[in-house]
Ligand binder design. Structure first.
Ligand SMILES: [Zn+2]
Length: 144
């Protein structure tokens, strides 16, 4: 059992080392999400292995490296926690920049429509004239 646990530990170690290296350089949302799922699956396997080790310990008094297994589980929990934070930040940044974009479009559109509301358009040449004008500043057609 000790062998299975330590083998598992080694493969987990390289998995989350890899994950933390990659997340430093990427804001790829889907990828982060997939990595969290992978880590959570690793965690499940680790808990399963813990259960097996305990069972063997209780039934057959087979010793196992409890401390090592616990610290691996702790590390994995920490790793998942950090990844989830990165994911949240990414999500929020994307949402904020999209809202900002929408707000910009909206206010630009409003500005333009405000300008349009404050103009009299000439029926002849379509020129926008100040509201107080009675004749078009371009073609002198009456604006009334
Ligand atoms: Zn005109």
């Amino acid at each position: 059992m000790k062998n299975i646990a330590s083998k598992l530990g080694d493969s987990l170690k390289s998995t989350y080392k890899e994950v933390s290296n990659q997340t430093q350089h990427t804001l790829d949302f889907t990828k982060d999400k997939a990595e969290i799922i992978a880590l959570k699956n690793d965690l499940k396997r680790l808990y399963l292995s813990l259960g097996i080790c305990y069972f063997d310990y209780k039934v057959e008094q087979i010793e196992f490296d409890e401390e090592n297994l616990f610290s691996q589980i702790d590390d994995l929990h920490q790793q998942i926690y950090e990844l989830e934070n990165i994911l949240e930040t990414t999500k929020k940044t994307q949402k904020d920049s999209f809202s900002e974009f929408k707000h910009e479009v909206k206010s630009t559109w409003q500005e333009e429509s405000n300008v349009a509301n404050n103009l009299k358009f000439c029926a002849n040449c379509n020129m926008g004239n100040p509201l107080e004008n009675t004749i078009c500043s371009n073609c002198e057609t009456s604006l009334d």
